[in-house]
Design a protein around this ligand. Sequence first.
Ligand SMILES: [Zn+2]
Length: 497
Amino acid sequence: MPSSIIKRFIIIAVTVLWLWPSVCHAQKRVHSVYFEGTDYELHVYRIFGKQPGQTLMLIGGIQGDEPGGFLSADLYADISLVKGNLIVVPRANFQSIVLKRRQVNEDMNRTFSNERRSNYEAKVVAILKQLIQESDVLLNLHDGSGFYSDTWEGPNRNPMRFGQSIIADCDTFINPQNSQVIQLGEMAKHVIERINKQISNPRHHFHFNNHRTSAQDSLHKEQRKSATYFALFTRGIPAFGVETSKSLPLETKVRHHNIIINAFMDRFDIIPETPGLNLENPDLNYLVIAVNDTLPVVVKKNHTLFINPGDFIRISHIEANYERGLSADIKGIGSLNDSRKKFVVQHPTRIVVRKDFYPCGTVFLDFNAGHTQEASDIRISVASAAGPAVRFFKIRTNGKTIMVPNGDRVLLNRGDVLEIIDVIADGIASEELIVNFKGFVGNKRYNTGEDRGYPINTKTDLWSRYSLQKLGKSYQIVVTLDERKIGKLIIDLKDPV
Ligand SMILES: [Zn+2]
């Protein structure tokens, strides 16, 4: 191989290795919850594109009776991006949303000026101000009254109405700190020209609404306390109010918000990924299981459901971080996918949940000890705090299958053939474990350390230097989870006399 090719290969390999951790671990989505458990719980989604770019912030639901805005913002919390970033606050004023009111203590969109208050609105706005600091452009999504028009056409269509407009606090802003010029009017008109082509009814077209908020004769001086005014005048970033008309059906309002957000994303070179790609590790949350047709119970991942021999169970729901591709396999019963079917359980077993072919969690079925209990006594135990542990080794020697408790020793004649069939573990699907017979190599072409399923001739297949004290008499079978040892069995060999 010519050295230049080798050199190039090394450079590529090193680059890949160097990039790998950041590529793998780059978080594409960060969900933060503020004021958790309160009536004004605040959820913030930061979505990072695969390529760097500008950050667009979306505020929805700053006033609770404007669902077009917050239901649109909500859709962007789940988006994936090729380029640029989003900060999505779908429900800025959750309490007012639940109450379906514009405001609770005061109008949240009039609390961005620096007056000190101690109500919940002020606490939320303090967070929103920090998020605006992280952003390059802000859209505050509203549903407004009537239809904005720059001329008086009637009580529902005039310069004081808000609906079907994109609002800015001025047409051209010159940042006094860095002399940067922000052409708000140009940006809004560019978006409006594009999106009006998608709205067939000209009466529903959008218009640019310049509030001239800081002007002496502004019609909207109250907007000096708004989020957009704060973003523009304090942070120096372009900021717009997007107002659909409350007179339009909800679906139309959401759709109009969507096309405007999409057009702004395009304008700021923030590129969505379609279809969105999400490859986070599948993870089971819980199963919903009914025993003998009684009320179903929730059994969390790694927990044990205690039933009686002969009870029948039915898994009615799998809750995981994915909705599709899920199956639940009751080991030793039924087929690959045993959800939504009734099965009689005669032996303690476990339910392995998969997303496609990935095991994503296990739930255990065990029997109540002693006397038979009523179905109402269904117990669910919490997984041990110590984490997953091996309970049994299922092995076959000379044609006989036996279950050996973890930590035990098994005495065999040298020359007996042993096969490790499986291990039964608490708190983990056995597929996720490595079961390694020290001194035996199962897959000789590519030694993974996994030795289940191979006939092991204890006379010819073992390397004595891996035996205990290298004496060739006792060998260990070690079970590991992510290189952590969680189970062990010792095989003692005696020479036949
Ligand atoms: Zn509003």
